[in-house]
Every structure is written in structure tokens, then in C-alpha cells.
Design a protein around this ligand. Sequence first.
Ligand code: NAD
Length: 230
Amino acid sequence: MKNIVVFGGAGISAESGLKTFRAADGLWEEHRLEDVATPGAWQRDQDMVLRFYNERRRTVVTAQPNAAHLALAALDQHANVQIITQNIDDLHERAGSKNVLHLHGEIMLARSSIDETLLYDTHGKDIQSGDFCEKRSQLRPHVVWFGEAVPLFEPAAALVERADIFLVVGTSLAVYPAASLLQFVRPDAEKYIVTLDLAETPRRDFVWLKEKASTGVPALVAEWINPPFD
Ligand code: NAD
């Protein structure tokens, strides 16, 4: 079976009702990123950061996987599929995908603010000020903020190197180091991008399908599952 690696971002969940953050105004849900998604924001105003992510978690809980998530989950029956997502939502898992690596963390998990190995399932509930880990430190969302290290980058790069087919979906490729995963794709791999627009022109060895994830991804998956007769 072929190794298919999918590298995704906020655009794949846009049609499930979750806003991307590089949309028209450069704000994420009416907030400047540095006010809500940085270690500095956490130091300045924990309550505001908790409130922001609690709201994001509530929207994720009510969102449903769309045709793109579902098509990728169905592909598991036909290939070794590895999803590497920058998204913190759980829509790939709820669509049924087996192998999902969350490069930037998971909104459904809470983590200790002094020991990053201590993770707790929120079960979709809010994290409150005063919710502590077993070491008596405040819980924070299990997300990688701007300016923080990306601990799963190296395992993700090793997965990208194994791809026979590499598909990029719904990411502007503006966030680093995540975007540099593209450097690890083998030259002989088939390479596709499904996204509406990009921070820069894509490399010439990528086929760019400039369309919505909910149509572009199922169309590609159908091609891979039902190859035409020679
Ligand atoms: P981004 O906001 O920078 O870019 C979104 C990309 O998706 C753009 O290229 C846009 O053209 C494309 N897009 C928008 N709607 C689309 C659609 N229907 N079909 C296909 N493409 C579409 O997002 P990013 O590149 O993922 O990077 C930013 C960061 O945003 C990530 O670190 C992620 O953690 C965070 N984020 C996550 C979520 C989520 O978990 N759902 C939501 C917002 C932001």
C-alpha cells in the first residue's frame, strides 16, 4: 500500500464553521494573535486566554467533520494514511482517521503549566482559573503558542520523508516551522496542494488545485481509490 501523508491547516475545517485566522483581517475570531496565543499573553492575562480557548473549544464541540475530513478517513481503507495537522480541533479523529499527528496541540486536552507531560482530557468542558494539575499548577490549553517550541516537528518530518503521495490542504504555509515540512518530501513523491490562496507561490513540483477542501480533497481521493484503466 502507498504511504499518503496529508499536511493540513485551518482551511480544511473552514467549511465545518471553524474560522481560519489569516482570513480577511488577519485577526482570529476578532482577537490579535499576540493577545491570546503567545506565552506573553498567558503571563499578562490568564483569564482572557482561558476564555478565548474555552470559546474555541465550544465551537469545536458543536462542529462536524466535512466532506474533506470524511474522504481522508475513507482513504485509510486503501493506503497507509498519515495526517499531520496544524489544527487543534478533533475533526479528523471524529471523521474516523486512524493516524493523526497534531503539530500544534489539541484543544480538547488541558495540560499542566509547569510539566508538559501532564495532560488531561477536558471532555469538551471549559478550563477554569483555579483548575490545577496534580502538581498544583494552573491548567492551560494543550496548544503550541507562537514563540513556543514545536516538539512534534521532528517526528512529523520523518513521516513526511516516507510519503509516496504528499497532499497539502487548507494552509497558507505562513506559519513556521510547520511550513518547512515541505522540505522533507522526497523528490519522486507525487505532490498536491488544495487551498484557496497561499502566502507565496507554491513550488513548481506541486500541483495546485485552487479550490475548496470539501470538493478538491474528495476528488483527489476518488482518483487514488479508482485509478483509470490504462
Ligand atoms: P491560515 O489561516 O494561515 O490559512 C488558511 C488557509 O486555508 C489559507 O491558505 C486559505 O486560502 C485556505 N482556505 C480557507 N478556506 C478554505 C477552504 N474552504 N478550502 C480550502 N482551503 C481554504 O491557517 P494555517 O495555515 O493552518 O496556519 C495557522 C494556524 O492556525 C495553525 O497553527 C493552527 O493551529 C491555527 N488555527 C487552527 C484552527 C483549527 O484548529 N480549526 C483554526 C484557526 C487557526
